[in-house]
Design a binder for this molecule. Structure first.
Ligand code: FES
Length: 125
């Protein structure tokens, strides 16, 4: 079945098979459920669906750290480990990083991430 997206990117058509559901939880506990696309980064899924709390200022070039998220612990092993460039940039986040911190532009979604929950920091700047 083909579903036309009703979002900020109406030109994109995705199928159920390509959908990865992601839940963003802001610092106040408010949840935003997003239909992301297989292959998309978590940052792009947030920004293209107007999720507040992820800026993505550099567009994913790993040079801004405004896409900082806290991945729920159970999901962490399902992503590749952070590389040295990401670890360096995590030292530049606005909110203090934790063991669960990642830069969401470096988190590439696939179907193993369906139902992913990430928490957002209070601030990105
Ligand atoms: S979007 Fe800039 S570092 Fe992730």
């Amino acid at each position: 079945m083909t579903i036309e997206r009703l979002s900020s990117r109406p030109e994109v058509t995705i199928t159920d098979a390509e959908t990865v559901h992601v839940i963003f939880v802001d610092a106040n506990g408010n949840r935003s459920a997003v239909d992301a696309i297989d292959g998309q980064s978590v940052m792009h899924a947030a920004v293209s669906n107007l999720v507040r709390g992820v800026v993505g200022e550099c567009g994913g070039d790993l040079s801004c750290a405004t896409c900082h998220v806290f991945v729920e612990e159970a999901w962490i092993p399902l992503f590749d480990a952070a590389g040295s460039d990401e670890l360096d940039m995590l030292e530049a986040t606005s909110e203090e990083p934790t063991d669960f911190s990642r830069l969401s532009c470096q988190l590439r979604l696939d179907h193993s991430h369906d139902g992913l929950v990430v928490h957002l920091p209070k601030t990105q700047r």
